[in-house]
Ligand binder design. Structure first.
Ligand code: NDP
Length: 301
């Protein structure tokens, strides 16, 4: 059977597609760039979902932390529409498909939970938009909902609210590797802010779990069960690389470099627990930050 993966060319998507193929699934990637086993978004809209589609996953989205892009109104629009519109397109295609896939798995962010020093958030916690990213997450999750009742009955929607994904060759680690390797890494501000995270291996396994486990639906927090702070991460990553992490990076510097609205992702944080994820029987391979950092570094060398 076939799995359609929007944004399957990206950091998470590449590993997901490899794993799906190893498990014997056919994979159709939806991409803006042509290629083998790929469809463009326009082709997909014209032809509908391929026959025999068992599940649809959406991982498309303009990279928010692309440091080469200034945080302008235009860039923010790209960030927003690349997620909301692709998700809506896939939801409409599932609505229009004569034979429904079993699952629609979409990703969202822990930024939907307001940063707070005391609160612990689970999938049941109430969410109330408070900034650009929480608005985006709300609209992104809403875009996945189906219009038709029969689709709602036949196709499970699973929304994975992901923390920072740690893996080599992409995401945050790719950006932090060099300064940490040079011994220039350090906590951001006082480092006390929580940093919800998940290893690349676990997020891809969780997406497959969501596809295959017929009882899983609704929101799942895609975060490791052992929450850590920015300081815990900094120490673990420095230790894995045998490098000191003494030089703190002032929050102000991050705000100037990235724009305050975007920097909130690293200058502030929330304590998020994968309560429902664990209750569905999902097992993490990297539950703690030390083992995750060791793995990320070992494959780098
Ligand atoms: P990537 O930055 O690797 O991008 C994923 C894919 O999105 C790209 O390969 C690209 O595919 C597609 N894309 C990029 N820009 C656009 C655009 N403007 N319009 C349409 N498609 C676009 O993302 P990740 O793999 O790191 O993350 C996947 C999803 O998970 C994203 O939506 C991200 O927000 C979310 N997420 C990621 C986290 C992380 O730490 N990595 C944390 C929390 C959530 P192509 O060029 O083939 O069209």
């Amino acid at each position: 059977s076939n799995i359609v993966v929007g944004g399957g060319t990206g950091f998470i998507g590449r590993m997901l597609c490899n794993k799906l193929q190893t498990k014997g699934y056919g994979v159709t990637v939806v991409s803006r760039m042509p290629g083998a086993n790929r469809l463009s978004w326009d082709e997909l809209k014209q032809n509908g979902l391929p026959d025999g589609t068992k599940a649809v996953v959406n991982l498309a989205g303009q990279n928010v932390m692309d440091m080469s892009r200034r945080w302008t109104a235009g860039f923010k629009q790209n960030v927003y529409f690349s997620r909301v519109n692709t998700t809506k397109t896939l939801a409409c295609l599932i609505d229009a498909a004569p034979a429904k896939p079993e699952a629609f798995v979409t990703i969202s962010g822990v930024g939907i939970y307001k940063p707070d020093c005391d609160k612990e958030y689970t999938e049941e916690s109430e969410t109330k938009p408070y900034d650009f990213f929480s608005d985006l997450c709300k609209d992104w999750e809403a875009a996945a909902q189906f219009e038709r009742t029969d689709t709602r009955e036949q196709c499970r929607i699973v929304t994975i609210r992901s923390g920072v994904v740690l893996g080599k060759d992409g995401g945050m680690i790719k950006q932090m590797y060099l300064p940490f390797y040079l011994g220039l890494g350090g906590p951001i501000g006082d480092g006390k802010q929580y940093m919800p995270w998940i290893h690349l291996c676990d997020i891809t396994n969780l997406i497959i779990h969501a596809i295959e486990c017929s009882t899983v639906k609704g929101v799942l927090n895609g975060v490791a069960p052992q929450p850590c702070t920015n300081m815990d991460f900094t120490k673990a990553f420095g230790k894995a690389l045998y490098r000191p992490t003494l030089i703190p990076v002032p929050k102000m510097a991050m705000n100037c470099l990235l724009n305050k609205e975007r920097a909130i992702m690293i200058t502030e944080g929330q304590k998020v627990l994968p309560k429902k994820t664990l209750s569905t029987g999902f097992e993490f391979q990297y539950p703690d930050i030390e083992s995750a950092c060791k793995q990320v570094v070992s494959t780098h060398q």
